[in-house]
Design a protein around this ligand. Structure first.
Ligand code: PMP
Length: 368
């Protein structure tokens, strides 16, 4: 077997121990007499898996009791459409802050349902920064304010804990909703600062096909808009996220991943590892004499997704081919930005980032 270091943005690398457990239960789950993918979501085995997954996620993220946790099919984009349906009256104001591609995507999901106000945007500088909070044009009476905690493509992250890093704003009585798809569980979050946190699982939480929504319970009392049962967070909560057949396999593997993160030392430990990995990679870029470039404002550089450019796009293909030879995959940048991107989520070990940095130095030496 020759598993490479996988820098893919999502679906992304999973811990080997999780994959091995998933493999072992594929044929037969415990003494169920059937595969994990064959058992009913209403049976005792799966009810236990679901309950354990929620308990582990609550422990991992220190989720207060007054917050509900939903496990829902589909990814983050689905939640971007469901949030306005559940929490905004028809045509009510909602404020969006755009710091990259995914914030803009969120506006396209919400626009049919709300009076959408772009309260701030860094589009004019190519999404390389976060506009200072003082410049945000927040609306009175907005249903919520939406931000993207980490922009996976542009590599821009709110860093409340970092010196000089950009904090999340205090939005007073208006709840703050945050897309944490690509940075959840990579450092402690003060959940109580948010009305809702959501994430697709396929980066830090497990496999694609399932999303997590953490929402303050009192917000579920809001009427929202006419919506089908299946889009109704309240009904999903009452049904333990099983209003219909849930993606049981994805939920199970996400649960294994939560357990792995707890056993590794939890979010404090992943914050430490993430800082170490990101520092190593940014130092290699910044120390290359301008040969490699990351153009994001250093105060808001992402610890999870590191976009970088070579001096000539003609070098991209050989860089990727030689990376593959060196056992490094998934480094091609997103088409809207170009260049390279290294996604270094929780399962990526420091040794993987070191191998990438070694490849970068070697490649520069030979092609520089
Ligand atoms: N938000 C962010 C921050 C993302 O990184 C992504 C996916 N890369 C999405 C939303 C969309 O997620 P999904 O494909 O799960 O709908």
């Amino acid at each position: 077997m020759s598993r490479a270091y996988n820098f893919s943005p999502g679906p992304a690398m999973l811990p080997e121990s999780v994959l091995l457990q998933a493999r072992d239960t594929m044929l037969e789950y415990g003494d169920a007499g059937a595969s994990i993918v064959e058992i009913s979501h209403r049976g005792p085995e799966f009810i236990e898996i679901a309950a354990q997954a929620e308990a582990d996620l609550r422990a991992l993220l220190s989720i207060p009791a007054e917050y509900a946790v939903l496990f829902l099919p589909g990814g983050a984009t689905t939640q971007q459409a469901l949030l306005p349906l559940n929490f905004a009256d028809p045509g009510q104001r909602a404020d969006y802050v755009l710091t990259g591609h995914w914030g803009a995507t969120a506006t396209r999901q919400a626009r049919p349902y709300v009076d959408l106000n772009v309260a701030a945007s860094s589009e004019d500088d190519g999404y390389r920064s976060i506009p200072p909070v003082e410049s945000w044009r927040l609306s009175d009476g907005a249903a919520y304010v939406h931000v993207t905690a980490n922009e996976t493509i542009h590599g821009v992250e709110f860093r409340p804990a970092a010196p000089g890093g950009h904090a999340f704003p205090d939005t007073g009585d208006v709840p703050l909703f945050a897309d944490f798809s690509s940075s959840i569980a990579s450092e402690p979050i003060d959940v109580s600062r948010f009305g809702a946190i959501y994430a697709g699982a396929q980066k830090n939480l497990g496999p694609v096909g399932i999303g997590v929504v953490i929402v303050r319970r009192d917000l579920l009392e809001r009427a929202g808009q006419p919506r089908a049962d299946i889009f109704d967070y309240r009904l999903q909560l009452a049904a333990d996220s099983m209003l219909n057949t849930p993606p049981t396999w994805n939920w199970y593997v996400a649960g294994l991943t939560f357990r792995w993160m707890l056993e590794e030392g939890g979010v404090e430990e992943f914050a430490r590892r993430s800082d170490e990995k990101a520092k190593l990679l940014y130092a290699a870029i910044d120390g290359s004499g301008g040969w490699y470039r990351n153009e994001v404002d250093p105060a808001v550089r992402s610890r999870m997704n590191v976009p970088f450019f070579l001096p000539d796009p003609a070098l991209d293909a050989p860089f990727l081919a030689e990376a593959r030879e060196a056992g490094l995959v998934g480094l091609k940048g997103h088409r809207v930005v170009g260049g390279m991107r290294a996604s270094i989520y929780n399962p990526m070990p420091l040794a993987g980032v070191q191998a990438l940095v070694d490849h970068m130095r070697d490649f520069q030496r030979r092609h520089g």
